[in-house]
Design a protein around this ligand. Structure first.
Ligand SMILES: Cc1ncc(COP(=O)(O)O)c(C=O)c1O
Length: 324
């Protein structure tokens, strides 16, 4: 589950969000968030059981549902993420074992929960004895944030803070804080000799150094500043579009007009050399994906490249509207 030093660094890192330094025994150093999912979802949810997810969810969860045989069920969202009433209705109907969500900068909608919404979701989870898997990967980027659900309900939350979005995706390190040391051991220890989930020690060591020596904070500050500049470039270029994004977000979510096809628009934009996403991979099986596109603004190598790509997107959108 990581060396003592690596777990201590993870405790310090996650404390930035949790508000308190968690006991080292609760911390597991994983080979990235996705690796943590592999270990957690099999054990916490299990074959044939239900996992509650946001109605548009991070696609690897859906891939893992097929592989591990659990059933993902969507919870309706508004501008603040999942609706507590909808979660409660699902709990009554299908008794999910756990809930997977992003409470800050949801992927793909960029929705962030208010404190009241967080409290209401936790209350439902407590009432129905639901485990919470909180993926807080984008939470170090906005200037202002709310505490994670893990700070409100540590007894049932499996908190995951990956470094991919705030420090470097290539490190493939995520820190997980389990409800208790015994829970961490139960979910993670048995597989350690038979799988490759264990974090590569060299990556873990680099991450520890960055955290302990302060480099991590400097990188996070730099990423924040870069995103602030990119938002300044991108937002004025989206005039007239129905878009949502938020301070620190690495992407923009654009809802298309009724009758438009996100699939066709994305194909046109890609033909013109810019890679772009649609809602489809985020939609649950047999659910209709909304007509929307997802513009990642972190990938471009320069402001110039970002600006050129945004022009391509805006022109393609205008061309598609004309064609209707
Ligand atoms: C919601 C979410 N979770 C996790 C990850 C990354 O996971 P990892 O820590 O395995 O790189 C991403 C990256 O795209 C993401 O969007």
């Amino acid at each position: 589950m990581g060396t003592e030093a690596d777990r201590e660094a993870g405790a310090v890192f996650t404390a930035r969000r949790l508000g308190v330094v968690p006991e080292t025994g609760r911390v597991v150093v994983t080979n990235g968030t996705q690796s943590a999912f592999n270990m957690l979802l099999g054990g916490l949810v299990g074959q044939g059981n239900v996992l509650a997810v946001e109605s548009l969810t991070y696609p690897p969860i859906l891939v893992l549902a097929e592989r591990l045989g659990f059933v993902p069920r969507g919870v309706t969202m508004d501008g603040e993420g999942i609706l507590p009433d909808a979660l409660e209705a699902l709990c009554r109907r299908e008794r999910p074992k756990a809930l997977y969500l992003l409470s800050t900068l949801q992927n793909p909608t960029t929705a962030t929960m208010s404190l009241d919404r967080r409290k209401a979701v936790v209350e439902v989870a407590r009432r129905y004895d639901l485990q919470i898997i909180e993926d807080d990967i984008y939470s170090l980027l906005p200037a202002q944030t709310q505490p994670p659900l893990a700070a409100l309900a540590p007894e049932r939350t499996w908190y995951i803070l990956g470094v991919a979005k705030s420090i470097a995706a290539g490190m493939k390190i995520a820190y997980l804080v389990a409800p208790s040391p015994a829970d961490a051991e139960r979910q993670f220890w048995p597989g350690v000799r038979a799988t490759f989930w264990m974090a590569a020690p060299i990556s873990a060591a680099v991450s520890t150094r960055l955290i302990v020596r302060g480099g991590a904070l400097r990188i996070i500050e730099a990423v924040r500043e870069e995103m602030r500049l990119r938002h300044e470039i991108v937002r004025p270029m989206l005039g007239g579009l129905d878009f949502v994004t938020a301070d620190g977000a690495l992407h923009v979510w654009v809802r298309l007009q009724q009758g438009s096809s996100a699939h066709r628009l994305a194909a046109l934009i890609r033909e013109r050399g810019v890679n772009i996403g649609t809602a489809e991979p985020y939609a649950l099986p047999r659910e209709q994906a909304p007509e929307a596109i997802r513009i990642g603004i972190g990938h471009a190598q320069s402001h110039q490249e970002l600006e050129t790509a945004m022009i391509t997107i805006a022109c393609s959108h205008a061309d598609q509207l004309k064609a209707y």
